[in-house]
Design a protein around this ligand. Sequence first.
Ligand SMILES: C[S@@+](CC[C@H](N)C(=O)[O-])C[C@H]1O[C@@H](n2cnc3c(N)ncnc32)[C@H](O)[C@@H]1O
Length: 249
Amino acid sequence: MELLEWDARTYDTLPLPHKRWGVDVRARLGLTGTETVLDLGCGTGRDAQQLLAQLPGGRVVAVDGSAQMLDQLRARLPAAGHRLVTVQADLREPLLLAEPVDAACSVATLHWLPDHETVFRSVRNALRPGGRFVAEAGGYGNVSGFLATLGEVVDDDGARFWNFADVEETRQRLRAAGFTEIEVDLVPDPARLARGAQLEAYLATVVLGAHLREMPPQRRRAFVHQVAERMPEPLIDYVRLQISAVRAR
Ligand SMILES: C[S@@+](CC[C@H](N)C(=O)[O-])C[C@H]1O[C@@H](n2cnc3c(N)ncnc32)[C@H](O)[C@@H]1O
């Protein structure tokens, strides 16, 4: 399947819970200020910007598949110079970087990737021995209430677009890829939005992008409106998979 393009400008106007997810992931990296950090699925560069501020003597390698997201990231960080490397890559395929990184992070991206064995091997190969990987993404049970609502509107709820992994399978995959000190948790973390334009822009941009792509453009707006109206509350029932692991030496 072709990579999904994102409406990066609208994305950055939304009240994204991703902001606090990013704060938590960055805090758990335990950076000292001189590291080179890989951001997998960097999006528009919100976390890359914060990482650069945390890393006066370090660098960020920002990887994403979406040209629009990376354009927005470069526009956000025009003065980063050699401290920022951007890479456009499909993370469903093995990732090859020119140089090893000291740490790796990922916010709200892994659930878009169908094969976590491949992703974890990519991260392991990118990291120096002893380097830490901290990530968060939709996990088992994520948005199940929202999918039930979606199933009332369409026959195919599109759950196949996502990979909401469980704790034990994630632990096993990390171990098999060569990680130690593995910690994995599943944490319910619902996000409330305002009904109307905000909820509909959020659904169209963040949640339903893959669904809308398969629909004629003239049907999309009405579809999003119908789904939003059907939701009992303007609440996305997120369940987050939280990961911390260290590349074995
Ligand atoms: C919900 S956004 C999260 C972006 C950013 N980390 C944030 O927290 O705002 C998911 C990101 O994953 C990227 N992505 C999804 N599937 C991908 C793939 N197969 N290869 C590379 N990037 C992918 C998207 O382009 C998008 O930027």
